[in-house]
Each structure stands twice: as C-alpha cells, then as structure tokens.
Ligand binder design. Sequence first.
Ligand code: AMP
Length: 612
Amino acid sequence: MPEAPKITQKPTDYNLELKNKRTLQFIEDMTSNADEVQKNVLEQILSRNAHVEYLQTHGLNDRTDRESFKNIMPVITYEDIQPYVERIANGDTSPILCSKPISEFLTSSGTSGGERKLMPTIEEELGRRSLLYSLLMPVMSQFVPGLDKGKGMYFLFIKSEAKTPGGLVARPVLTSYYKSNHFKDRPYDPYTNYTSPNETILCPDSYQSMYSQMLCGLCQHKEVLRVGAVFASGFIRAIKFLEKHWRFLCNDIRTGTIDSQITDQSVREAVMNILKPDPKLADFIEAECSKSSWQGIITKLWPNTKYVDVIVTGTMSQYIPTLDYYSNSLPLVCTMYASSECYFGVNLNPLCKPSEVSYTLVPTMAYFEFLPVQRNNGVTNSISVPKTLNEKEQQELVDLVDVKLGQEYELVVTTYSGLYRYRVGDVLRVAGFKNKAPQFNFICRKNVVLSIDSDKTDEVELQHAVKNAVNHLLPFDATLAEYTSYADTTTIPGHYVLYWELSLNGNTPIPPSVFEDCCLTIEESLNSVYRQGRVCDKSIGPLEIKIVEPGTFDKLMDYAISLGASINQYKTPRCVKFAPIVELLNSRVESCYFSPKCPKWFPGHKQWSNTN
Ligand code: AMP
C-alpha cells in the first residue's frame, strides 16, 4: 500500500513544493491502484479483527477475502449494531466490534430513535482523518498559488460532550479532532496557519468562541487569503454575528482591549497576543459595516480573500445565493466529504461550480461498497432504497472500482473501528474517475426532508411531531386536512416552516396561543440534533406554522399534475423545495405563528441523564 507522505517538523526544513509534490503523487498512486488498496484495506481490517465477537457471531472464521466477506456478512444499518454499541457504552471493554480499544464515541448528526447515533472509534482513526486533511491544500495549491503566504480565517467550533454510563466520552467528530493533539499540536505548516488561535476554537462557550475568532479575523484582515467554516450555514452565521456585534468588535480594535463579556482567561490571553490598538482599522470596519448594503462585505473587510471554503453540496446548496451575495461571487470551494463513521474523500477540482462538485473517495480510508439505488421518476423524483436488504439485493453491492458512470448508489463502509458493511445513508452519483477511483456527486441523505444546519429530519419524524401537535386542535373541533413543510433559509438562522390546511368543524375561533403551542410541540418532538441546534448552537430559528386557505392543497395537486404527475399516484409531498410551489403556498397563507420559546435539550442521550 503506498505510504502516506510524512509531515516535516521544523519550519526551517520546510520544503513546501516537495511536500505538495509528494502528496499529489500519493493521490496518483492511491487512485491508480484503487482496487489493490481496497483489497489490502479489507484484509487488514478483517485479519486484525478476526476474533471480535461480531465477526465470530456471523461465522466469518478468520477469512479475510472479499468473496467470503460478501457472502457471509450482512449489510446493516445502525439499528442492527445498536445492542453492541449499547454494551460498549455501558462499559463492556471486551473486543465486541473491534480488536483495538474503543477510545470514544463520535456522535453523528444522523439520529436513531430521536438520539444521535453513537459511532465507536479508535485512537488511530485520528491519523486517518489527519491524512485526509493533509491532502486538501496541496490539491488547492495547484489552482490557487501563494496560499502559503497568508492565513485562513476559519470559524471552527467545539460542541458539548457527554460521558456514557461506562465512562467513554461521546462528542461530535470535529470536537474530537480539534481537541486532539493532531490539531492542537499540529507541526508547522503554512497551510494550517489560521487567524483563530487554538484557544478561541477550543472555547466551549459559543458566543465567546465566535466573538474572539471574529476579532482575530478582523485584526489580521490583510493576511487573510481564504475564509470558511465547515458548512455554509456556519459561515453565514458568522457574518450574521458580525452584523450584530461589529460595534463592540470595532471598539476592541480601536482600544486594543477585549470586551468584558469575554471572560475565558485563555481566550483573552490568546487574543491579546494578536490585538493591538488600531483606530484606523476600526474606522475602516465601522465605515463598511454601517453601510446599508452588505453586498460583498467579505471582499471588503478581507480584501485578499481568494475563495470561500465551505461545504455547499447536499442540503447546504440552499445557502449558495446568500454566500454569493456576501462574497460578491468569490469561488465557493467544497474540499472534502466526511462523516463520523469515516472520512471519505476529497474534491480534486476545487474551483469547479458547486453543482459540479465531485468527491474522489480515498481508498485507504475504509473498504467501500455501493448499493445501486433506483430513482422513482415523476414530480417528486423520490429515491427508493429498501430499508432491509434481501439476499439478492445484498449480492448487488459493487466494489469501488466497479461502479458505473451516471449510476446512483448508497454508500456502504467497512471501517477500521468496527463497522462492517454499514449503510451510511448517503446517496452518491458517479460523475467520473480519477485513474481507477470513482468520483461522486453527493446527491442526498436518504429520507431526509428538512435540514437547516447539521440537523436531519426525516418524513417519519416529521409525521410523528405533527401528530403530537394536532392534539392541541382537538378542543376546537378542528383537524389537519393536509400539511407540507419547507426549510426556509431566507431568514438567518433558517427555520422550519409547516404549511397547514385545516378542516374547521366547530365555531370557536382558535386563539394564536394554540398554534404557538403546536409549534413548540413539534419542536419538542423533533430529534435531539434539531433541538440542540435551536437551544445551544442557535443555528436554527423558531419553527413556524403557516395556515393556508382551504383548497390550497388541491391547487398544489393541480399544479403537480400540470407538470406531469399521475393523478392516481399523486401524494402530497411532505416537504417542498421547488420555488413555484413554495410561492403558490405562500400566496394562500392566512396567518403565521412561531414557536414562542426553545424546546428542551440536554447533552448526551436521554437514558444517560442520571450519569451526567
Ligand atoms: P456526521 O456524521 O454528523 O459528521 O454527518 C456526516 C454526514 O454529513 C454525511 O454522511 C453526509 O450526509 C453529510 N456530509 C458530509 N460532508 C458532506 C459534503 N461534502 N457534502 C454534502 N454532505 C456532506
């Protein structure tokens, strides 16, 4: 298997050109030998885990070849391994899924039973994640030279963590990464030279973290060559924060002191190493920020910015117009595709249009398989993937190098940390090949209807939440005739909108407070990632119910039929995205109500509440 390029330790022997060349060569080798690498990865995973309970139970009996693996091991979802995961969470340290000790749980934004899925991980996975990160800038430097001459202004955050009853930490993958030595003690590298000191990223208070990162970004504005955050929604939140707080930030820059609301001592010290009184800069920022239009604010405040580095594929594409507005259409760059289960791949053509982004899966990260997906044609364009697979369907999974151009697949992974033929839930389409390795467009997350930030709400969760809420209407002899939903990102932060058409049988008018209760009940019924976004990260705004005129959903059906939907097969879509349909709904709104307060949310899983 080709060796990952080594990282040089001292700035003095730093030979950037050589390092970039080696990294690009590594990508060439990996992708040229994709099948061989995949075979080795599977052998390595299976031989070192031969004695773990999960593989033994299924009777793999030390076999490490692909054929036996595919014949014997089932293709699974989270629910299949949940009992094993729970045992690990409760303190069973025997080799259940993996021969190496489970170092922590990564809490996915995908949920099961309303709670974040728990992905067991092992220490060495941090090395694999670092490797994937190390590929990004050498790739980028082929298209944008000179990025080593300045800094990146990235808004990076940690989230709260919990302990499982057995004592393992459970936290999101990025929190784990930023808190690890791989990030904190990263060796000198001009490409990981950020405006945010580690202390500001690692501050658990999200206000102080954002404030201090913005302050440092503004102070070093001329040095900034690229800006970004992980997801588009996070970057827009940062701009919104600036809109709200620029007066305080300017004051700090003018006087060279930090606002008293920043109480974290390590943050204050780190910022004071950067902050110098600079009245001229404060005047400049003040002049720009007080203008009535913020169009192009990024290019004004950070004039040397060459691109915005944020994920705008998948549901994040809804933020492209806002980003274009703030950045005067700077290139939007999606560099990588990753998850809690495993980091997957990189974009080898990062300056391409967002709609054309494809990710090349890195064959060393895990063993990848692909389940063909059928698309149901028609207006809803829905994607059909069976929940459990029969034997024939399990046989249809293909290897990385065998996928077909243009075909859509669900991604299935076997990882070093103990997931075997695990369905990630993402649907990808083959867009091309880099040598032997396929490149995929990210199509969607299976079943997800609504998403604003990292929340993912599926149709069943939405249905259940709505069902709970309509109980409030019972005393008024009113029922819900039809409903649909929409992720409204025209507000910052974005919020869920539900369109409700009522059938009113009683005469008593329904007071607004009842609809507000309905909003809150829906929020309380949604999964913990949604509620965390509302309560803790403030990345999602209050849920809104819009009551539409009677007959609106008939109009919606007429419209869908006029576009070619079959009248016999027509079902009300539970989520709408297509602009003319949203317009149609909005044109028939009678009244709107918002959730009056935040739903409840606690860190960790419901069932651990006694142990935290
Ligand atoms: P999590 O496990 O919470 O880290 O979420 C991982 C999921 O986020 C993936 O399975 C995808 O659904 C989504 N995701 C990650 N990277 C990208 C990307 N570059 N484009 C679109 N969706 C992504």
